[in-house]
Design a protein around this ligand. Structure first.
Ligand SMILES: Cc1cc2nc3c(=O)[nH]c(=O)nc-3n(C[C@H](O)[C@H](O)[C@H](O)COP(=O)(O)OP(=O)(O)OC[C@H]3O[C@@H](n4cnc5c(N)ncnc54)[C@H](O)[C@@H]3O)c2cc1C
Length: 419
């Protein structure tokens, strides 16, 4: 840093983590630092805009920090410290202070009361503007070169003349593109290989796909070959299965599933684990006793099971149209129960869920000092957000890690600028 000169901070990436880092730096330096956000595209905060179906699921209402951490398949242990320093409660507080009223939905997801991500964008852009942060769109950082004075030369948009800076925060998002990885090479940082997370399962089964749009609230889904299972709402789509339980499984198994080319068997309990074999047997026996003359296929005896799905399961188990409860054989009862709580499907691929999609993989956390987000390899270089090897399941956890890491990096850069 040149003495008597205002410190120069460049934030690479105008997403959630970049903006939060820039704002934190500005809030703690009272306009005494030159802070600039360089964004390669023509739009800042474009993922915030489309996030949560246009509503932006800002964070999640899980105050117990251990339960919160369980939602990060990558970063669960490493985020313990950072989330203590900037928690979901801090995020809620910050947004309320900056004009965004938030509400918590039944499942714990937190959204702006306006149900519009634009409210979040307006709040971030005005906080940045008020803090004197300069924003530059169409500024693609191609390369970073360390200079001898501890600062950097950065090259933008292929130009030959570099820009000199004192501190850099890399908040460039998921590293699936080659150019993102090039940037990391230029600062000697290793990364774990990027693969998709938060995708849905492709299952080619016409009878299932015909039920597209149907959902059950509490399914258990298990991929026994990979040793993972999860529970939650399950949605049938025209290409297979989706919904929170599938997205969570895809996050938990992101790497393993990529290795086996997204081809594996899943076992679905359509009713959730409260429905045991014995309990189902009792329901079926009582139907046989009390309503023996009624047609089995006609109406689901379980409120958890939509009628159309029930009909499909009856057909699958060979229960013919017109068969009465009293005519059910022992063999078809066993098959019926088996399909209800343990139906198998072959997954043949993944379909990206356009609603929510993150990268598993990023800058290795062992090379980052997680108390400050500074690189352990290059002094004065910081990281925040999805560029790091941290990713969460759906529900606001990915933005929370962007707010947390951006905040911590921005505060530390401010502290260093002021000393
Ligand atoms: C459709 C969708 C919906 C989502 N919904 C939610 C949700 O509701 N809740 C939630 O928690 N998470 C959600 N996520 C995930 C969440 O959006 C991301 O985890 C989060 O945006 C990561 O923030 P970031 O700032 O690290 O990266 P990004 O938001 O990706 O921002 C990085 C920015 O850096 C820019 N950049 C990259 N390289 C360079 C370069 N070399 N020079 C200059 N600029 C560069 C990129 O153009 C980009 O604008 C969603 C994701 C998607 C795709």
């Amino acid at each position: 840093m040149v003495l008597d000169q205002v410190p120069r901070v460049i934030i690479i990436g105008g997403g959630a983590a970049g903006f939060f880092g820039a704002i934190a730096c500005a809030e703690n330096t009272n306009g005494d630092v030159d802070i600039r956000i360089f964004e390669k595209s023509s739009k800042f905060l474009s993922k915030v805009k489309i996030s949560g179906g246009g509503r932006c699921n800002v964070t999640h209402d899980l105050v117990d920090s251990l339960s919160f951490l369980e939602n990060y398949p990558r970063g669960e242990r490493e985020l313990i410290g950072p989330l203590t320093r900037w928690s979901q409660e801090d995020t809620v507080w910050w947004f309320r202070e900056h004009g965004v009223d938030l509400k918590t939905e039944e499942d714990g997801r937190i959204f702006p009361v306006s149900d519009s991500s634009q409210t979040v964008i307006d709040s971030l852009t005005s906080a940045a503007r008020n803090g004197g942060v300069i924003t530059k769109e169409n500024f693609h950082v191609n390369q970073i070169i360390k200079s001898d004075d501890g600062g950097f030369h950065i090259y933008v948009n292929g130009e030959e003349k570099p820009i000199e800076v004192d501190f850099i925060l890399i908040a460039s998002g998921g590293i699936r593109s080659g150019s993102s990885r090039e940037l990391l090479h230029s600062v000697d940082h290793k990364y774990s290989y990027p693969v998709p997370s938060l995708f849905t399962f492709e299952i080619k089964d016409n009878e299932l796909n015909d039920l597209s749009g149907l959902s059950v609230d509490h399914a258990d889904v298990e991929v026994s070959s990979l040793g993972i299972k999860n529970s939650g709402p399950l949605l049938i789509t025209h290409w297979g299965l989706s919904g929170p339980v599938i997205l969570k499984l895809s996050a938990l198994g992101a790497r393993l599933m990529e290795k086996i080319n997204y081809q594996f068997t899943i076992r679905v309990n359509w009713l959730g684990d409260t429905w045991t074999n014995d309990r189902l047997r009792q329901v079926i026996d009582s139907r046989r006793d009390d309503r023996g003359s009624r047609i089995v296929e006609k109406k689901s005896p379980l409120k958890e099971m939509p009628n159309r799905l029930w009909k499909r399961i009856c057909r699958k188990t060979g229960i013919k149209n017109g068969l009465k409860w009293s005519e059910l054989t022992r063999d078809s009862i066993i098959k019926l129960i088996n399909h209800l709580i343990s139906e198998e499907f072959e997954v043949t691929g993944k379909s990206l869920n356009k609603e929510e999609f993150v990268t598993c993989g990023g800058v290795k956390l062992e090379d980052i000092d997680l108390r400050t987000m500074e690189s352990k390899i290059v002094k004065n270089l910081f990281f925040a957000g999805e560029v790091m090897d941290v990713d969460g399941i759906t529900g606001g956890f990915n933005f929370q890690s962007a707010w947390t890491t951006g905040r911590i990096a921005g505060e530390e850069i401010a502290r260093r600028c002021m000393t």
